[in-house]
Write a protein that binds this ligand. Structure first.
Ligand code: SF4
Length: 362
């Protein structure tokens, strides 16, 4: 049946009468964690509080930065930016003629700060810009990004600087954290390119190389390195365009589902958890172990997928060439069922593996 409601109205109905959860660079970066998952795209597009959904259906997760990491990050960043960014400028090893703080005071609205940022980009091309306000469209809505970053220009190109509090020990950093920082920096690169285009300047002057600044060893001494975020930019663009076309995803949903979390007098959601689970399940998901690091619903989806080959990781799922259920895999391996023509190749490998295992483990 043809849908007559606008995408906005359809997303608002999915969310129910509660304020949408606001995105930031971290949550936009997390969207790229599993770009093929409809459940995540729909719930994030509607601004559903997935953490609260997970709690209400009995699968609360441990998610987000620890308060210790946040405090440590704030202290490190404040030190780098003190005295008009003197330590940061020293680290960059470039001449930066001017430092401009664009935070605009506690009363400045996002729109005012965005306008000031556009003005600064037009009028002060060689300036170290602290706290610029940027924005990106997610599912047709502007999300304002309040970066804790600065951008600077060298040889006519802007570079994003991403300040992180995880340490670089013996010149090595946690690869997972570096990868997450690169994706987050890619969000800022994209947003800065859009702001430059709006300011009437060439968006391609924003480099795909970003400067990552972290504490060295166990001290607060900064160390920096350039990282290339072209791959992250490509994934991000794909996911944002998928969310811009959210209509097509909404068309596939059954009528009447909702993730309404309106609270009762006790402040808790009034929705029957079993009904909410049924509605969450009505949107298809693509669980993979990476979800545990990037999505609030991961414990629920892992439980739902426990008999699915996907839970064993992407490479296993791909090796098994479309056999979705672990029980089918076991039955094919032991010869308990006959494979279909599409399963024949995987079934032969599974039977060989089963034979070898039986010989080695009596
Ligand atoms: S945890 Fe679930 S909803 Fe989130 S991305 Fe993974 S499969 Fe999708």
């Amino acid at each position: 049946m043809a849908q007559t409601r606008t995408p906005d109205a359809r997303l608002a109905r999915l969310r129910g009468p509660v304020a949408p959860r606001r995105h930031n660079a971290r949550t936009i970066a997390a969207l790229t964690g599993n770009p093929g998952c409809d459940r995540r795209a729909v719930m994030d597009g509607a601004g559903v509080d997935k953490m609260r959904v997970a709690q209400h259906i009995g699968f609360p997760g441990r998610f987000g930065q620890s308060s210790f990491a946040i405090v440590r990050g704030n202290v490190f960043e404040a030190r780098l930016k003190a005295n008009d960014g003197a330590e940061l400028v020293g680290l960059l090893g470039v001449e930066v003629p001017k430092y401009l703080d664009l935070s605009g005071g506690p009363k400045a609205s996002n729109e005012e700060r965005y306008a000031r940022t556009l003005e600064a980009l037009r009028d002060n091309p060689d300036t170290l810009l602290d706290h610029p306000m940027l924005r990106l469209a997610v599912a047709g809505k502007h999300v304002y990004l309040e970066p804790d970053l600065v951008a600077f220009q060298v040889d006519g190109r802007y570079h994003i600087v991403e300040i992180k509090s995880f340490p670089v020990i013996d010149e090595q950093a946690d690869p997972g954290k570096v990868s997450a920082a690169a994706t987050q920096a890619a969000v800022y690169v994209l947003a800065l390119r859009e702001a430059l285009a709006e300011a009437g300047r060439d968006p391609e002057t924003v480099s795909h190389e970003v400067l990552l600044v972290c504490p060295k060893d166990f001290s607060n001494t900064p160390i920096s390195s350039m990282i290339d975020v072209r791959r992250q930019l490509a994934v991000l663009r794909r996911q944002l365009s998928r969310m811009a076309g959210i209509d097509a995803l909404l068309d596939r949903l059954p009528d009447g589902i909702t993730f309404d979390l309106r609270a009762g007098e006790d402040g808790e959601p009034t929705r029957d958890p079993a009904e909410l689970i049924a509605d969450v399940r009505a949107v298809s998901a693509r669980y993979a172990p990476d979800c545990l690091a990037t999505c609030e619903l991961s414990f629920f989806c892992r439980d739902e997928a426990r008999t699915a080959t996907a839970v064993l990781g992407r490479s296993v799922r791909e090796e098994l060439g479309g056999i979705e259920d672990v029980r089918t895999v076991l039955a094919l391996a032991t010869g308990a069922i006959e494979p279909t023509p599409e399963q024949a190749e995987a079934a032969a490998l599974l039977r060989a593996a089963h034979r070898l295992r039986a010989e080695l483990v009596p």
